[in-house]
Design a protein around this ligand. Structure first.
Ligand SMILES: Nc1ncnc2c1ncn2[C@@H]1O[C@H](COP(=O)(O)OP(=O)(O)OP(=O)(O)O)[C@@H](O)[C@H]1O
Ligand SMILES: CC(C)(CO)[C@@H](O)C(=O)NCCC(=O)O
Ligand SMILES: [K+]
Length: 278
């Protein structure tokens, strides 16, 4: 995918790139306004190497999306802000002439520990700044994470476990007779007590992840009865649909927002001049 339209005002365009463990997440901003957001696979290093030669944003987008249609007006070589949880990728992307890597020390969030993932910190910051603190963010990505901050914007902490895809992949790859279960195949909840292998894997992974989410949500609300909860990540819709069936009160209380990291990046890039969602 590629931004299908292009902004008319080109002065304050910037690109946001979140380098996740499974794929790349992009956003094109004009000032505070998120113009377009899209995901791509990780790019081969040979393509990234060519970014050094880019003179315009058009050059950049054409290198990244060779099959996409071209932009009609020439856009300047805009800044590229990167938040990455894949250090080897961060290094490669810095070849682009106007790269700014966002690091933990640029976030006003207090109480962070040095190895906290920048994606967790930014998503929490973006959610809290948009909807208010205390905030708990659930990221249903490659890893499933819980990350929370209190009303003073102080990191409460969180948890990390293998995400849905990783749990299925691990069972398929590390065992002698378990098949690789693909997630897209089951839009509805599996039977809890399954009588075949595929459904047994689905049941085990899905019901324990849902029970885990419920448990963390309850623990969070015990600590902060007025605390808010937001969910993001590639598996958010699947999990939400299941939660809607099993625990509708939890599903209804969640703020669902795929772009939390971009709201966090916008806070950093634009300073504190932004309030609320675009
Ligand atoms: N088109 C897709 N490509 C890859 N994964 C997808 C896609 N659609 C849904 N998913 C699901 O998204 C999950 C990965 O989530 P996401 O893309 O948010 O992770 P990520 O790239 O690691 O990003 P992050 O590091 O921010 O979590 C996988 O478990 C997968 O099941
Ligand atoms: C947990 C992941 C992989 C989630 O993307 C990422 O945030 C990360 O690599 N974090 C570093 C460890 C931590 O956050 O404590
Ligand atoms: K790793």
């Amino acid at each position: 995918m590629k931004p299908h339209k292009h902004p008319e005002h080109t002065d304050n365009i910037w690109l946001a790139l979140e380098i996740g463990n499974s794929r790349l997440h992009w956003a094109l901003f004009v000032g505070e306004t998120l113009y377009s957001a899209w995901d791509t696979d990780h790019l081969p290093e040979s393509v990234i190497q060519q970014l050094a030669e880019c003179q315009t944003l058009n050059d950049l987008l054409e290198k990244i999306f060779p099959q996409g249609e071209s932009l009609t007006n020439t856009l300047p070589l805009c800044p590229l802000f990167i938040a990455s949880v894949v250090p080897s990728q961060t290094a490669i992307w810095q070849i682009y002439p106007n790269t700014h890597v966002i690091t933990l020390n640029q976030l006003p969030l207090t109480g962070v520990y040095p190895t906290l993932g920048i994606d967790r910190a930014l998503a929490l910051w973006g959610a809290g700044k948009t909807w208010g603190f205390p905030m708990l963010v659930i990221d249903a990505g490659t890893a499933l994470t819980f990350t929370a901050a209190d009303a003073n914007e102080f990191l409460v902490g969180g948890a990390i476990l293998p995400g849905l895809g990783l749990q299925f992949a691990t069972l398929g790859q590390q065992t002698g007779q378990l098949p690789l279960v693909e997630m897209q195949n089951f839009p509805s909840l599996p039977p809890r007590f399954a009588l075949n292998t595929t459904e047994a894997i689905q049941s085990g992974v899905i019901y324990t992840i849902l029970a885990g989410i419920k448990d963390f949500v309850e623990a969070w609300l015990q600590l902060f009865p007025n605390g808010k909860i937001a969910i993001k990540g590639g598996d958010r819709t699947l999990l939400l649909n299941y939660l809607q069936v099993l625990h509708p009160e939890i599903a209804d209380s969640l703020i669902v927002e795929p772009n939390l990291i971009f709201w966090g990046m916008r806070e950093i890039v634009m300073g504190d001049s932004t309030d609320g969602k675009q």
